[in-house]
Every structure is written in C-alpha cells, then in structure tokens.
Design a protein around this ligand. Structure first.
Ligand code: DON
Length: 586
C-alpha cells in the first residue's frame, strides 16, 4: 500500500470535487511519522527556490488563478528576487497538466529553450589552435542564445492561463520597483559571483551598491531598469521584449560586447508546444520533458530498466540499489552523448531509447555483482563544481492542475553580462552545445553531431520538469531539479523515493542522492549516503569521487522543489539544500 495515495480511491473528478466541496467529510491530511514532513495545504501550493516568489504564486492562486497563472507570476517574480537563475534573458521548459470539466486533459510540454542566433556557426567556440575557448563559450556575449523565457511565459499564460498579463506581472514589477529584502542566501551568492559580475559594469550596477559594496541581509535591492523592462512586457506583451526599446537595448549590448543576437533573431524566436516523453512505472505514468531536453528520455529509459528489479527488497540507498542506479545511469548518459539533440534538427530515436526491448537489453548487460567500466573514449577529467544556477519550481492549484517549470541562464548569473539599460542578465546557454565532438562542456557532458551548433538550433539540455500521474489520472507528484548534468539523475531519485520507497515528498527530496554520468567514470555521492555502503560499492569496482582527505563530501547541489497531491491535500517540499526555498500553500 502506498502511504501517500491511500486516502482515496476514486476517479479524478470525484476526488477533485471532494477536495474542495465536502470538507466536513474530509479525512485529515496524512501525518507522517518520518522525521521530515512537507508543508500541507488544501487549496493549492507553490514551491520555489525563493520564498518571496513562492508567495507571489500562492497569492495568485488565492485570487482564483489557476496553476499556469501562478507559474507565470512566479516565473516573472523569480527574475527579480532570484537573479542568479530566475530570468528574462534565459530559457527553459514548462510541463502543464490541466484538467477539463470531465477531469480529463493531456500533459503538454512548452519548450522555451534559447535558440542559437542565425549567424552562429559550428566552430564558433574553437580558437586558432582548434581547441574550445572556454572564455568565449562561458563568459562572452557570444555565449548567449536568443532568450526564450518571456515568450514562453507569455505563451503559457495566453494559451493555458485565465488571468490578465498585467495582473500576473504586477507583483514582479512591484518587487523590482520597490525592492525586496536581500536574504542571506542571495547576499552570499552575490559575494561568490562578484568576480564574474565585476567583468560587466552594468551587472555591478544592478547587483552591487554604487560604491561596489555587497548587499547584505535585510538591505533592500531595487532594480529600476528591470522594472522598466517588465513594464514594457506587461503593457505590450511579446513586443515589449522582442521588439521596441528592449530589443534595441539587447542589440546595442551585442554590438558593444561582440555578441551575435540581432533584431531578426529576436523577432523570429518561437516557443514550441511538444508532446511529453512518457512511460509507465509500477502503475504510475511519468511525463517529462522531450528533446531538446535529454531529461525526459533518460528518466523514462532508466525507470524502464529499473522496473525489472525488486528495488524495494534491495532497500533505499543500499549498495545493491545504488549499484543498479549507477549502471543504469552509465548507459543512459552514454546514449545521451550520441543520440540527443534538438529534434527539429536531428532525428532523436525517442521510441527506441525508451522502449521495453532496449530496457531489457540494457538490463541483460548489467552484472549485478560487479561494476562495469565506462567506454574507453577519452574520459572527461573535468567535472564542474555545480552551481545552483538553474531554478526549478512546482505549482498546483486547488483543482489539482499542475505546472512544473525549470528555467535557467545556464551558469549562476549566466555569462555575467547584463543588458545595459534593460536590467537583466544574458544566458551563456550556447555552451550546452557540443562545441567540439568528444570535448566535454562545463558539466563534463560529451556530445557530437546531434548537438553540434547550427543557426536557430536549441542546445541540448538536462532540465527535466516532470509530472507523475497515478492510474486514476491524478497529478500525484510534480518535480524536477537544478544541477546541470545531474538534474536527470536527481529527478529520477525523487520519483523513485516517492513511488518505490513510499517516502513522503519532503523525505524524498531531502534523502541523500548520488550521480553517475558515464564519463567521467566516477560516482558522486552526497554526504549522508552511508560510508559503509560507499566501501561496498568500491569493493564492487566503482570509483567514488572523494576529496583530497578521502572524505565523500560532494554536494550534488540539487534543488528538487516538489509537490505531492493525494486528491485532498497538497504536500509541498522545498529542497533543504537551499535555505532560501519555500513551500507556500493556501
Ligand atoms: O540546460 C541545461 O542542462 C543546463 N544549462 C542547466 C544548468 C544548470 O542546471 C546549472 N545548475 N544548477
């Protein structure tokens, strides 16, 4: 019996009616005996990496908005209060599950990933020596793809929301205009990234005091230029960003810094509605982001292989369990390097990779007693220090509709360059392309033809916003994470923790996680995974990433802000890996 979902057994419709019509008969929320409990609410929930932005979304729900209205309001608010990853100048993905009056409704995927500018070329990041020039692919204006966030949020609102653009954008404009109190976490982040931001006078102007001093806890950060841009979007819609003054400022910034984005690129940006990748795992239907994300394919692929094992008897985070995860991850990421890219440019074999026959083949290849070795293709020596640089948030409304959003600038604060006069940072997402076959990107990920740079192509992503439905069609889990290449494996583990190990959603999010990505052939484990288990894995032949002093201290740096729903109550879990996150319910 699954604890989370045992408070009802009914159709979607009757449960949804139950949830708000008959409180007198309503059983109490599930109380957890775990040491970690989620936040419980009855009329909707927003879980985000920043408490102020989560409150913005929650208030929109309280005003009668649906999950999409709240998600759009939260997205714009995060661009103000969580500037390291919340953004106007980046891109991302949104999964939407809305029920109609019959309790039906498909899950759809909105792709607002950045696009390569029309003048981008395959070798644009190669220096004269033929090697990838990291300074250019990470920190230059050329590293910016054409931003998709504003188009994505506005398209989502128009197509699936119920509220007016001005209403949902008002809180973000207010926060930018009047300012908000800087948290410890934000102040620490400004300090950590001061060197990156210091390369750009407007970034310094936007995120540091006029004398260059740091904003400390409780200082009020106002962003007038950003407020101006938000106001233009609020009054003019897409044209307020992709045309007019904002577009002029972006193009002027490109001219100044040697970037590629033109007026034409901005005018031609488009979001794409895509069919999610989905797969069934133990009776639950898992919907996740299709290409140009690699997340959905590999989550479904890995679940398909794992379903053939009795993981519950292995036990959560036991060596037997982790060995299977590692072997499955190793194979999935090997496939990623070859087969994944923008589906509008490259024929991604979605069905083959996620099919049962291939899952069986992979399972047959796994030795349950011994670690296999990653391929002998030159392994990446570089595995980036993860940056909490993307942001994931989950929203559910009182009707049970769900929205799962991951969006990003790529690095924390993107390339560090802001659009002067417009108040927002530029992404450095072009580094997610494979700049040279076989050469790892920042996240140690290798790629080739499928993910080569081409004009108007979208770089391959790992962002994996996910919605899980039970057999009655209820949206029982909304999840996803940040963490570059580790997003896929972290999201996988949250799903397994809930579905396979019956954890409440907060316990599922807090549980220590691990990561393997084929190359480098190393297992990254978070503190909290038992050191005896780590030693057993080593005795099976796995190489565990350890610090110089031998300690296993790697923090994989996820922020898997998630919501579970049992048809009656919403259970919100902000990932405790960032104290700034919050679950806010009505
Ligand atoms: O799209 C991707 O896969 C990366 N640009 C995401 C970067 C990221 O998650 C950074 N860290 N949290």
């Amino acid at each position: 019996m699954r604890r989370l979902f045992l408070t009802f057994s009914c159709s979607v419709l009757s449960c949804v009616a139950h949830a708000h019509d008959v409180p007198a008969e309503k059983p109490p929320a599930v109380t957890f005996d775990s040491r970690i409990s989620p936040v419980v609410s009855e009329a909707g929930m927003v879980v985000a990496q920043d408490a102020i932005a989560a409150e913005v979304g929650r208030d929109i729900l309280a005003q009668g908005g649906n999950a999409v209205d709240a998600a759009v309001a939260t997205g714009f608010a995060l661009a103000v209060t969580h500037p390291q990853a919340g953004n106007l100048g980046g891109g991302g993905f949104m999964m939407v599950s809305l029920y109609d009056e019959n309790g039906d409704g498909d899950v759809i995927a909105i792709d607002f990933r950045e696009m390569a500018p029309a003048s981008a070329t395959r070798d644009m990041f190669l220096g004269e020596d033929g090697e990838v020039d990291r300074d250019v692919s990470w920190y230059s204006h050329q590293s910016a793809g054409v931003p998709g966030t504003v188009m994505g949020l506005l398209d989502a609102l128009e197509t699936y929301g119920t509220m007016d653009r001005k209403e949902v954008m008002a809180p973000a404009i207010r926060l930018a205009d009047n300012g908000f109190p800087v948290s410890y976490s934000l102040s620490a982040s400004f300090l950590e990234y001061k060197d990156t931001l210091a390369n750009d006078p407007s970034s310094m102007d936007y995120f540091f005091k006029p004398d260059g001093e740091l904003y400390v806890v409780g200082d009020v950060l106002k962003q007038k230029h950003l407020a101006g841009t938000l106001r233009r979007i609020s009054s003019k819609g897409r044209v307020g960003f992709y045309g007019g003054k904002t577009a002029d400022l972006i193009v002027a910034e490109m001219a100044d810094g040697g970037g590629l984005i033109t007026h034409n690129d901005l005018e031609n940006y488009e979001t794409v509605i895509r069919e999610p990748v989905s797969g069934n795992y133990r009776g639950y239907e898992v919907y996740s982001m299709p290409p140009p994300s690699s997340g959905g394919i590999h989550i479904v692929q890995m679940l398909g292989v794992l379903e053939g094992y009795d993981l519950r008897s292995d036990g959560h985070n036991s060596a037997a369990y982790l060995h299977k995860l590692i072997e499955v991850m190793r194979r999935a990421y090997a496939d990623r390097s070859k087969h994944l890219g923008d589906p509008d440019f490259y024929d991604v074999p979605v069905k083959e990779l996620t099919g049962e026959a291939y899952a069986k083949k992979l399972r047959e290849d796994i030795d349950l007693k011994k670690a296999s070795r990653s391929s002998d293709i030159a392994p990446a020596t570089h595995f980036a220090d993860e940056q909490p640089a993307t942001t994931h948030y989950s929203v559910m409304d009182k009707w049970g509709n769900a929205v799962s959003v991951t969006y990003t600038l790529n690095f924390s604060y993107g390339s560090g360059h802001s659009v002067d006069g417009a108040g927002f940072l530029l992404n450095n997402e072009m580094d997610d392309f494979s700049s040279k076959p076989g050469v790892p990107n920042y996240y140690g990920l290798i790629g080739a033809e499928a993910n080569a740079i081409e004009p108007r192509k979208r770089p391959l992503s790992s962002m994996s916003p996910t919605i899980v439905r039970n057999k009655d069609g209820l949206n029982v889990l909304v999840t996803g994470s940040i963490g570059g290449s580790t997003i896929i494996t972290q999201t996988l583990q949250v799903i397994l923790n809930v579905v396979e190990f019956d954890m409440n959603v907060q316990a599922a999010v807090q549980a220590p996680r691990m990561h393997h990505q084929w190359l480098p052939d190393l297992v990254f484990v978070e503190p909290g995974i038992n050191i005896d288990t780590v030693r057993i894995l080593e005795s099976m032949g796995h190489s565990i990433s350890r610090e110089d002093d031998g300690a296993v201290t790697r923090n994989i740096n996820g922020r898997a802000n998630s919501i579970a729903w049992d048809g009656l109550y919403f259970y919100g879990a902000a990932d405790g890996r960032d104290p700034k996150g919050a679950a806010k319910g009505n």
